[in-house]
Design a protein around this ligand. Sequence first.
Ligand code: ADP
Ligand code: ZN
Length: 598
Amino acid sequence: MTNPSDILQQVFGFTSFRPPQDQIIETLVAGGDAMVLMPTGGGKSLCYQIPALVRPGCGIVISPLIALMQDQVNAMRLLGVKAAFLNSTLAADEAQEIEQQLRNGVLDLLYIAPERLTQARTLQMLREAELALFAIDEAHCVSQWGHDFRADYLQLSLLHELFPQVPRIALTATADTRTRNEIISRLQLEQAQQFLAGFDRPNIRYRIALKHNGKQQLQKFLKSEHPNDAGIVYCLSRKKTEDIAQWLNQQGFKAYPYHAGLSAELRARHQSEFLREEGVIIVATIAFGMGIDKPNVRFVAHLDLPKTIESYYQETGRAGRDGEPATAWMVYGLQDVIKLRQMMEGSEGSEEHKRAEQQRLNAMLGLCEITSCRRQALLDYFDEHLEQPCGNCDTCLDPPQTWDGTEAARKALSVAFRTEQRFGVNHLIEVLRGADSDKIFQFGHQHLPVYGIGKDLDNNQWRSVFRQLVARGYMSVDLERYGALRLEEKCRPLLRNEETIALRKDIKPKAAKQQTKVHLAPDVDIALWEALRECRRGYAEELGVPPYVVFHDSTLQEMCLRLPQNMEEFGELSGVGERKLERYGPAFISVITEHLAA
Ligand code: ADP
Ligand code: ZN
């Protein structure tokens, strides 16, 4: 079997490639190098798995995700692919046996941790084997700017020097141009063909709301829309992940914290619960997620603002890899901006680096405050253009109202200016609203001409004005002065009456309109669905793999709709290749026929 389309159908059970998978595969099969940028869930794995099967020899996959290698290998074996891994979790004799298998040419795919690959012993072994290709997964780990940097990845350029004949493919979901160029130069991929897949993830619904009480808003969102679904909640601090996880458990959800401060053992346990059990919520810092290949994550919730659009996109991209509807939900407020700026200010790195970070945060804020389609704005950021508003984001579904905020913005800017740009938002609002607090009298602010000129707006409305002015770059937060608000160059035309400004009306969240509990087609018979899930659970337990490795939810759903009653019909389902047909077909078919007879 040497034809990629045949392998796609017979081994993986899929009917067609998602472009540009086919072109990437063609390039590698022909012996060329490839650099692949594809969003999370786009289908990167097939791009090296299929060429490894087509070309003679074994495909070597370099991945930093040791914890996931076992699952990846199990999933490949279920498809009938001869796969193995080499990393520090193996005993010496087990490793030796796999090395022998490689030399004997019986493996199709071998996953290796980067630190292992660059050892002299491994390189010697590779010289003695026939190699189909090198796949460098999570290739952005070579970037010293990113938070996933791995020193071992820098050494991977030696693959090109030692094995010039073996084609290489580098894969990442990290989109910015700088990282991409860094990958190309550090891995010597100048000659590689570049493939940039479309970034749109149409099944993800983007929603960003103002934070009133993050916990309560989260609870309401989960209870009304995702009561039994698996999902990820991202927070900024380790402590907060633990608090939120504990609190979610008290609310009747099954939630685990995940952050770099937990022991490796505990992290592995929580991750594996998330992968293997249904309906588990992981509450995590950014330490969680790279390479998490769980297709049925139904929501990603952000309780704190991510630092960049890249992070936001990558984190939200972990939702809905199976193509079924999923939600990317976030709440944010001015406090988030202040906290993030503080973290950036305190971080090491050059002024240039900090400035770049600042600009990226500003782009993220822009996305939060935008009053047009979020997806269009997101894709624009990645230089991809969507003609029409998407119809599947909050601003499309429930267009925000705006108001002429020119007068209010001028008052807000004046009060900061008149108080010498030394005070934070709370005090500025008190001055505007003419409060009689001690602090006002202490500084004599009751004598200022701006004192009491803002009684027409309430506290929340003023917070909203200040937040939007900061988010849109009219003001900035001075961290040396504990969050004092300063004017920025950009506010001049506004103060000189040369510009007006439309502000977003913040609306208190309404009750969710419709419940989207189970994402099943209306024709699915729930009894059959549950019976099939039970059958799948049995196999998953027996094999020690997560249920979706046996069959995806979408394949089970197709069973419910098409009701296949013989092997031929069963083999036509998406996600059913030859091996799975042979192994599981009979059991699932009998569940279906019993159900129909009952
Ligand atoms: P990535 O590594 O890019 O995040 P994966 O390789 O894990 O994505 O693929 C995401 C999901 O899409 C997987 O569940 C995979 O089985 C599925 N998939 C990939 N390619 C195809 C295809 N051509 N047809 C149908 N499903 C596919
Ligand atoms: Zn939209």
